[in-house]
Design a protein around this ligand. Sequence first.
Ligand SMILES: NC(=O)c1ccc[n+]([C@@H]2O[C@H](COP(=O)([O-])OP(=O)(O)OC[C@H]3O[C@@H](n4cnc5c(N)ncnc54)[C@H](O)[C@@H]3O)[C@@H](O)[C@H]2O)c1
Length: 254
Amino acid sequence: MRFDFTNKRVLVTGGTRGIGRAVVAAFDKAGARIAINGRSDESVDKMIAAMTGKKRLFAAAGDVGTVAGCESVVGGAIELLGGLDILVNCAGVGVDLPIEASDESTWDRTLNVNLKGTFFCCRAALAALRESQGSIINIASDAGLMGNPNSSVYCASKGGVVNMTRAMALELAPGVRVNCVCPGYVDTDMVRRDWIEQDDDPARLEQMLCDYAPMKRMATPEEIAASVLFLATVEAGFVTGSALQIDGGSTAGH
Ligand SMILES: NC(=O)c1ccc[n+]([C@@H]2O[C@H](COP(=O)([O-])OP(=O)(O)OC[C@H]3O[C@@H](n4cnc5c(N)ncnc54)[C@H](O)[C@@H]3O)[C@@H](O)[C@H]2O)c1
């Protein structure tokens, strides 16, 4: 599908790396004007410098793990873009820990960004999205649709994102559509640098992650980005409250 988002105003949180970076690149290719969020000015500036369509890219650095941070990032983006058509909540942290090793700081670190940050970015964007009859796409996870061992805190955060997406879709219809994407394992820094490269046996872990999906590989960030753009199109105008699985079949048997 060829996407055309000419002059559409988009904010992508967590847009400097991994899935978020691929989402920014795909919207850029489709002609959108994009505010890019990342935690630091430096990471966002570096990202913008590396992209081609620089005139349509705007910096919206800040921590979306706090309410004040969400309001400042979203408010700043709306000001720079002159409104907002599409909000993509992609900022997230991955945590893989057994219950006994998960303490209050694990809970706060994970939930603050993955769930609270998603909620407060949506809330801060609402007036602008109501005006544009826009759309929200949250990046959840297959871990939001089923349980994974040693991952109860992450699963709680992503399960929250899935059901919050449904609740928001009901509350905001028919004006604003709200959907989420549920990726399986995606070959990004979160998986490769934080998990595979930290493991005692990286080759074994990589093979395990690939074998997890019936399709026998991880997704590419670009495959997740394509589903995000689809959900933002006019053609997806009747899609709201959905949790779109892009997981190589990993949740099909659950
Ligand atoms: N990689 C996977 O296998 C996978 C699978 C399912 C879901 N996801 C989800 O997709 C999203 C993106 O993951 P990824 O794999 O690209 O990870 P990544 O670690 O490569 O990128 C995460 C991005 O979020 C940003 N971020 C984190 N905390 C932030 C904060 N407080 N404020 C602003 N930005 C912040 C990071 O700077 C980075 O740009 C996350 O929500 C993740 O949970 C990833």
